[in-house]
Design a protein around this ligand. Structure first.
Ligand SMILES: Cc1cc2nc3c(=O)[nH]c(=O)nc-3n(C[C@H](O)[C@H](O)[C@H](O)COP(=O)(O)OP(=O)(O)OC[C@H]3O[C@@H](n4cnc5c(N)ncnc54)[C@H](O)[C@@H]3O)c2cc1C
Ligand SMILES: *[C@@H]1O[C@H](CO)[C@@H](O)[C@H](O)[C@H]1NC(C)=O
Ligand SMILES: *[C@@H]1O[C@H](CO)[C@@H](O)[C@H](O)[C@H]1NC(C)=O
Ligand SMILES: *[C@@H]1O[C@H](CO)[C@@H](O)[C@H](O)[C@H]1NC(C)=O
Ligand SMILES: *[C@@H]1O[C@H](CO)[C@@H](O)[C@H](O)[C@H]1NC(C)=O
Ligand SMILES: *[C@@H]1O[C@H](CO)[C@@H](O)[C@H](O)[C@H]1NC(C)=O
Ligand SMILES: *[C@@H]1O[C@H](CO)[C@@H](O)[C@H](O)[C@H]1NC(C)=O
Ligand SMILES: *[C@@H]1O[C@H](CO)[C@@H](O)[C@H](O)[C@H]1NC(C)=O
Ligand SMILES: *[C@@H]1O[C@H](CO)[C@@H](O)[C@H](O)[C@H]1NC(C)=O
Ligand SMILES: *[C@@H]1O[C@H](CO)[C@@H](O)[C@H](O)[C@H]1NC(C)=O
Ligand SMILES: CC(=O)N[C@H]1CO[C@H](CO)[C@@H](O)[C@@H]1O
Length: 588
């Protein structure tokens, strides 16, 4: 491990010591307003017997973290085991490797590679950014007790569901996690309220997209879920907006929510709906996970099943000039508005040699309609003798289409950047847009773009806190750069390339738009405006009302500017806060 205190060693050690003392003392002297959250080596960190007592109050559900890659290291938490390590390495890309763990996360940059399954067995394996403990919560009382324990001992609290979050919001150094994964109840209900009467699904906080859609299908219904079948529906996915292949048909996942059951920072279990705590309901429906309270269940609209057209198309630059290949890419981009208008969605990716839509789906549509929307592209491919594969089918149900056409999705072990592209830009600035796309995929080896085409304003949507940029957007464009498990500096450099070189042209082409807070550049500047749009100030007010003591922190979540994370992972109130420069002064 690199020495954190190099040349100016003494000064550095002194600073560390003072910081530790300050934190320890202020915590001991004034537990209501310590400057930092306690870390395991601090005097303020609870002793073993306190953890044991706490464990009893949560019915033995307290789990001490053992980083899953410990089996790949000697002198780690568990004995080195070559066969277990080899197995872990070959399963690392599967989401279940991480969401079945109480501590692992999928965004590799946020693991700090502190227990890296691909490094030498003699390299270190430490907690790093992983939480110290997790409570395997199975009811609201576990959530309440965990919030209380973390508050009493000034411990960083983390809400963790599947660990998909691309900003590492479901982990944190020195953290105690409330792990929601096993809250799996599902029921189909006949919902009746002034705003909606009809079928709905009530689901526990741990229900994943595939579980909700299986249950809906058995009842002849549909529920909005991810392209990725394993995201947590009531967690960061719906709370952050939530896109998927039904969005142009019925709206974003956040638009479907009828009510949230939430444990607040003060321990109260409340319901947020248009009638009850409407501000909380508004904030949770799009304003980002891990911020306002701990959701224990979500009730969302369900719709009747319907026949669906779905297909895929792939072509590459084999045997054609670069210009011809990118002209075909431009032709593909030009048909996307008509797909969104027709209630369809398109998932696509582009490398420097290949474009593929896997899949494009039109719920309620037919293969005939699908073919007519793709005809300008297929005709162009034929004319220019570009080889392509094309498949389209009429499926009896959306469920069948999804099961057949969506291949299993791995963790995103790529460095991301993201931008919402307005429909008007696709229609009016196609040349500029396609030039930017080409520059991105040709900029560096292995850089790619993936696009999610949805029309989230095709049907009426409720007043919620989804970033307004979504409503004008035709697609969420995500840049992906290769992540290297063996070269940290290269990763930092590639992420910086995304931030400094590749994102600015996209941003300049789309003034006033934003980014999807669940799929952004982690370095995004002005993130309050870019992720939350003009809703930011209202969201911040609601955050302060429901979490006045700032129990819930997540990276680039609403209100997180009150905190900063030190190099060693310690979470401290930001200097501007400590100097009283953050307005309203409601944080304690
Ligand atoms: C491989 C992959 C595929 C993806 N596919 C899609 C997709 O198709 N569509 C899409 O819209 N997005 C997609 N995403 C992004 C996804 O929506 C986000 O990662 C989202 O944060 C996942 O939410 P989660 O609860 O499952 O994950 P977590 O990482 O467990 O949690 C995410 C955030 O929500 C908070 N949170 C979780 N549970 C709760 C709760 N009960 N109460 C309060 N806060 C909570 C956490 O604190 C954290 O801040 C994908 C991401 C990956 C890595
Ligand atoms: C909590 O208690 C259970 C049951 O006694 C035990 O299995 C588990 O190891 C304990 N957790 C910790 C962190 O000690
Ligand atoms: C390593 O793990 C395998 C599979 O779990 C097990 O069979 C084996 O006994 C372990 N080896 C050692 C040395 O512990
Ligand atoms: C997905 O992850 C698995 C397990 O790590 C890996 O074997 C496979 O190659 C990955 N697939 C893709 C398409 O990256
Ligand atoms: C991350 O890694 C760097 C370099 O090894 C180290 O200095 C730092 O303390 C680590 N941070 C955490 C939270 O583990
Ligand atoms: C978490 O709790 C669930 C439900 O009680 C149980 O099935 C599961 O094994 C527990 N997981 C861990 C890692 O303790
Ligand atoms: C959504 O579809 C409607 C037509 O149904 C169209 O008028 C509108 O421009 C589309 N919006 C976006 C953002 O694609
Ligand atoms: C397109 O879908 C068909 C049917 O599911 C499948 O057999 C084929 O492999 C897919 N093609 C691509 C390139 O994904
Ligand atoms: C495409 O990328 C690969 C590596 O990912 C590289 O070898 C190749 O030269 C690139 N081709 C072009 C035309 O840029
Ligand atoms: C609920 O219905 C009322 C009255 O029609 C309307 O004003 C309000 O916007 C609706 N709220 C939501 C979230 O749909
Ligand atoms: C109650 C308590 O822990 N008081 C401590 C407050 O800080 C001073 C040093 O500034 C200590 O000496 C006290 O023990």
């Amino acid at each position: 491990m690199p020495n954190p205190c190099p040349a100016w060693r003494r000064l550095c050690l002194a600073v560390l010591l003072v910081a530790t003392l300050l934190c320890g003392l202020s915590a001991a002297n004034d537990t209501s307003s310590p400057a930092c959250r306690c870390m395991p080596q601090d005097p303020c960190w609870p002793e073993e017997h306190r953890w044991a007592q706490f464990n009893k109050t949560v019915h033995g559900n307290l789990i001490a973290t053992i980083p899953i890659a410990s089996v790949c290291h000697i002198d780690a938490f568990t004995p080195y085991n070559q066969s277990q390590c080899a197995q872990l390495q070959s399963n690392w890309g599967f989401p279940e490797t991480h969401y079945e763990s109480s501590s692992s996360i999928m965004a590799p940059m946020f693991t700090n590679l502190s227990c890296n399954p691909f490094s030498s067995k003699t390299s270190h394996c430490t907690f790093g950014n992983y939480v110290q403990y997790a409570v395997n919560a199975t009811d609201a009382a576990h959530v309440q007790k965990t919030i209380r324990f973390a508050a009493r001992h000034n411990i960083r609290l983390v809400i963790r569901n599947t660990g998909h979050d691309l900003l590492g919001k479901s982990t944190g150094a020195g953290g105690l996690a409330i792990w929601m994964h096993y809250m799996k109840d599902i029921s189909i209900v006949d919902y009746d309220s002034p705003n909606y009467s009809g079928k709905a699904m009530k689901m526990g906080a741990g229900v994943q997209s595939f579980e909700a859609s299986d249950a809906a299908y058995k009842a002849g219904l549909l529920i909005v879920g991810g392209n990725c079948p394993t995201v947590g529906l009531a967690g960061g996915y719906s709370q952050g907006g939530g896109h998927g292949q039904l969005v142009s048909h019925v709206g974003l996942a956040a638009d479907q929510v009828l009510e949230w059951e939430v444990v607040l920072a003060n321990g109260k279990l409340v319901t947020g709906s248009p009638m009850n705590h409407p501000d909380l309901y508004w904030a949770l429906s799009g304003g980002g996970g891990g911020t306002y309270g701990v959701v224990v269940s979500m009730t969302s609209k369900a719709y009747p099943e319907l026949s669906t057209a779905s297909g895929n198309l792939t072509f590459s630059d084999t045997g054609v000039s670069r210009e011809t290949f990118f002209a075909a890419v431009a032709m593909f981009v030009s048909i996307l508005p008509s797909i969104g208008d027709a209630g369809g969605t398109s998932i696509w990716w582009l490398t420097n040699t290949t474009l593929s839509t896997t899949p494009t789906t039109i719920p309620g549509g037919t293969a005939t309609l699908f073919n007519s929307l793709f005809r300008p592209l297929t005709a162009f491919l034929e004319e220019n003798k570009i080889q392509y594969t094309y498949y389209v089918n009429d499926f009896p149900t959306y469920y069948d289409a999804y099961q057949t056409m969506t291949s299993p999705i791995n963790i995103t072990d790529q460095l991301p950047g993201g931008r919402l592209i307005p429909k008007s830009v696709v229609e009016q600035r196609p040349t500029d847009l396609n030039t930017i796309f080409r520059n991105i995929v040709e900029s560096n080896a292995g850089f790619l773009i993936s696009g999610v085409v949805v029309n989230s304003s095709r049907v009426p949507y409720p007043d919620n806190s989804v970033n307004p940029a979504w409503r004008d957007a035709l697609m969420d464009v995500i840049i992906g750069a290769p992540f290297d498990y063996t070269g940290w500096e290269g990763n930092v450099a590639r992420q910086q390339t995304i931030t400094d070189v590749l994102m600015p042209p996209l941003t300049e082409l789309t003034p006033g738009s934003g980014a999807y807070l669940n799929e952004p550049d982690p370095n995004q500047r002005d993130w309050q405006q870019v992720f939350y749009g003009d809703n930011y100030n209202s969201l911040l007010e609601i955050k302060r009302k429901y979490d006045p003591y700032n129990r819930f922190y997540a990276f680039k979540a609403v209100g997180s500017e009150a905190w900063s994370v030190a190099e060693n992972g310690r979470l401290c109130k930001s200097e501007s806060y400590q100097r009283g420069q953050i307005s309203q002064g409601r944080y304690i």
